[in-house]
Design a protein around this ligand. Structure first.
Ligand code: UT7
Length: 337
């Protein structure tokens, strides 16, 4: 039972980029009271990449986008749309336009989309709607974050988890098949306080009667155990729903591609879905949690290393702040296996 389609969608190229600077767990133990043993055993993370500079998000996003375009064999001038999933824009008015300029994607419209660690998944589904209606033919979807800007580097409960990076995919209309087989997306704002990066302002009076709030964003605050419990419960559910919509079962899944938050979450979800560990994609040891970038970076590594083959079925799921969560079932590449 496939979802109704106008045109089909194919995901035909991917790319990723991460900053050069590496901070490993040992190095981090000089910043806060922690250890490689604690971080690795509780999360699976060994190191993270950290970005420098005010335009870092634009830089790594464009790099990832270029690599994806190259793999897809698509020229930047042929892009119709760029969606940048991020919670850490270089410019709060939107960073997709800066990437559009850097790529030379002269006829593409670009906009940012914010759904934290679910951002890439939400952007992938958003892009597919533009393609299915026939509005746009070729779309670049980027997931990128530089959360190091917003981490409290004195808080060992959060600073050990996150890293910076960018990943991208090229999606294109297909008249012969539809490779996005099913999806399901959710939000629950009642649980917003579990994971926030909130604006905090102070009142400034403009006139005796009128005041405005001026301020900036506060560092990430997270209730780790609550988010953990939410992920382990909701992620298997949402994958099963997306699989149902695709008319498929878990034994037809070649790869489980989850947001790379914690190896224990990956293991628990795989166990709940009875998916063997050799079909679970994991690279958080090298990058930490890169938020909206984690799914496309992991996809790119597994494709370039030759593990994921054209036609393979991937069950992807993002989850995080909002709270938000979602899943998409898709087949990789243009050709059948
Ligand atoms: O991308 C968004 C999605 N985010 C997530 O999915 C995060 C989900 N949550 C998690 O991954 C886990 O809850 C964490 C990795 C964040 C924490 O693991 P935990 O097993 O839930 O640890 P905890 O918070 O219960 O802390 C256990 C102990 C505490 O000490 P006491 O109170 O038992 O003495 C903490 O103070 O570990 C201590 N602790 C640390 N010790 C060394 C917390 N952080 C650290 C640290 N190094 N970095």
């Amino acid at each position: 039972m496939q979802q109704d389609i106008g045109r089909g969608v194919a995901i035909i190229g991917c790319g990723s980029a991460a900053p050069d600077t590496v901070l490993d767990n040992q190095g981090l133990s000089h910043v806060v009271d922690t250890s490689d043993e604690w971080i690795a055993s509780r999360t699976g993370i060994r190191q993270r990449r950290l970005a420098q500079g005010d335009r870092a998000l634009t830089g790594i996003s464009a790099q990832a986008g270029k690599a994806a375009l190259e793999m897809a064999g698509v020229a930047a001038e042929d892009l119709d749309l760029i969606i940048l999933a991020t919670s850490t824009p270089d410019d709060l008015f939107g960073t997709a336009s800066l990437i559009q300029a850097e790529l030379g994607a002269i006829k593409a419209v670009g906009f940012d989309l914010t759904a934290a660690c679910s951002g890439f998944l939400f952007a992938l589904v958003t892009a597919s709607q533009f393609i299915r209606t026939g509005a746009y033919r070729t779309v670049l979807v980027i997931g990128a974050d530089v959360l190091s800007r917003w981490i409290d580097w004195n808080d060992r409960r959060t600073c050990v988890l996150f890293g910076d990076g960018a990943g991208a995919v090229v999606m294109q209309a297909s008249d012969t098949s539809d490779r996005l087989l099913g999806f399901d997306l959710h939000s629950d704002g009642r649980q917003n306080s579990c994971l926030t990066l909130p604006f905090q302002g102070a009142e400034r009076s403009l006139t005796p009667d009128i005041a405005v709030q001026q301020g900036t964003y506060q560092p990430i605050a997270m209730s780790g155990q609550e988010v953990y419990r939410f992920a382990v419960k909701r992620v298997p559910e949402v994958i099963e729903k997306a699989l149902f919509r695709a008319g498929m079962s878990t034994d037809q899944v070649d790869w489980l591609l989850l947001h790379q938050a914690n190896q224990r979450i990956l293991d628990a979800v795989a166990q709940r879905l009875s998916i063997p560990s050799d079909r679970v994609i994991s690279n958080m040891a090298s990058y930490g949690n890169t938020s909206a970038a984690s799914i496309p970076i992991a996809l790119d590594e597994w494709v370039r290393q030759g593990h994921i083959k054209p036609g393979d079925v991937i069950a992807a799921s993002g989850f995080g702040a909002g709270l938000t969560w979602g899943a998409a079932i898709f087949q990789w590449g243009q050709s059948d296996r």
